[in-house]
Design a protein around this ligand. Structure first.
Ligand code: SAH
Length: 361
């Protein structure tokens, strides 16, 4: 195993390490500043630390766990970043400039779409990440490191995070919570919890756990079907946690959180786009005081699904707005770079000769 990452140490963990190493406590703030604010590229460059401490740090930690291998830009300047991990696997993050306030945040802010796992175990029928099966969880440094790397590479500050990249964030909850501490702490990147959105396929026990989290993190639900009949055809997770259980967990989340829930709904031609689904979705959104993001399906290589005609997408939205539900129709950015759906990583790993569904040692 390679050395652990210094970017995986929370301020508390770093303080404990320094104490153990017999170093004065004030070194923690210096190290954190080098890592998270000055974004130094080598431990040896932390020039206000004694050389002995730099040596000690260098023999105990790596600075970064993500090797940036590729940036793909698109016409609307959405950029997709591909990173190689120590085991030869890849993860991707998508940097979206001037996001039009989809999750309740302010507009004109840079949003980073972050991955939480290599692959995904939930097997949603329409999704590229599910196609390749599940490989492993990302550790806290690999999750939080995506934000640091995106800021380093772009030279810009990231304002919002959406956990909507590869993987199911709530299936990796412990590491996700540590990563959230790593990016929200005042001594690190100091992102506001209200600028973080976790998206889930609907893991009921973890939604309840998240409801009890002390920070006001936003929650988005990948609904994609407004009845069990429709949803279970495309999302196997619905067998385990059908809508009634999901809704009960969301009621609980609402009872403990001030943020407005978001329901995400991909529109797939002939699968979940009947106007009857829009009526059921409207009823559900009203009951949960949620807003709705409609996303015309983004084509995935090797899958047969299609997006409905734009006029039909608009008609679907109109059912929602007529019922008094706030609904956006997201003609998503980055479609030309196969962004946000695990496609770039799939292409890269296939080229590297990884078999899609076998975990790599
Ligand atoms: N596992 C989490 C987060 C990752 S997926 C979740 O399910 O929410 C992020 C979002 O992209 C989800 O809403 C997912 O359903 C959606 N998505 C997946 N494949 C897509 C595609 N081909 N076109 C449009 N959206 C897609």
């Amino acid at each position: 195993m390679p050395l652990p990452a210094i970017t995986g140490l929370t301020p508390d963990a770093l303080a404990a390490w320094l104490k153990e190493a017999g170093e004065p406590a004030f070194r923690a703030a210096q190290i954190l500043e080098w890592v998270w604010q000055k974004k130094v590229s080598a431990i040896s460059a932390m020039s206000n630390l004694p050389v002995k401490l730099r040596d000690k740090l260098s023999t105990s930690f790596r600075l970064s766990v993500l090797e940036h291998t590729h940036t793909q830009g698109s016409a609307d300047t959405t950029r997709k970043l591909l990173f190689r991990l120590h085991d030869g696997r890849y993860v991707e993050s998508v940097l979206i400039p001037a996001n039009p306030a989809l999750y309740g945040e302010q507009s004109d802010r840079r949003t980073l779409c972050v991955s939480s796992q290599v692959g995904c175990a939930y097997g949603c029928k329409f999704c590229a990440s599910g196609l390749a099966g599940f490989t492993r969880n990302l550790d806290p440094a690999e999750i939080a490191g995506q934000v640091l790397a995106a800021e380093q590479l772009s030279g810009e500050r990231v304002d919002n995070l959406v956990f909507m990249g590869m993987g199911e964030p709530l299936a990796n909850l412990t590491n996700l919570f540590t990563a959230i501490t790593l990016v929200t702490d005042a001594k690190t990147l100091h992102l506001g919890a209200r600028h973080l959105t976790i998206s889930t396929a609907g893991l009921v026990p973890q939604i309840r756990q998240l409801a009890e989290h002390p920070q006001q993190i936003r929650l988005a639900i990948s609904l994609h079907g407004a009845s069990d009949e429709v949803r279970r055809q495309i999302m196997p997770v619905n067998q385990k946690w059908p809508l009634a259980e999901l809704i009960a967990a969301l009621d609980y989340w609402n009872s403990r959180n001030k943020q407005q829930l978001t329901l995400e709904y991909i529109l797939i031609h002939g699968v979940n786009d009947a106007l009857e689904q829009a009526r059921l979705l409207a009823r559900l959104a009203r009951r949960l005081h949620a807003k709705v993001n409609l996303i015309p399906y983004n084509k995935v290589l090797g899958l047969d699904w299609q997006r409905p005609p734009v006029a039909h997408c608009r008609a679907f939205r109109e059912v929602l707005t007529n019922a008094g539900v706030a609904a956006t129709l997201r003609l998503e950015k980055g479609g030309d770079i196969a962004a946000a759906c695990g496609q770039l990583r799939l292409i890269q790993e296939t080229q590297d000769g990884h078999s899609p569904n076998q975990p790599q040692a």
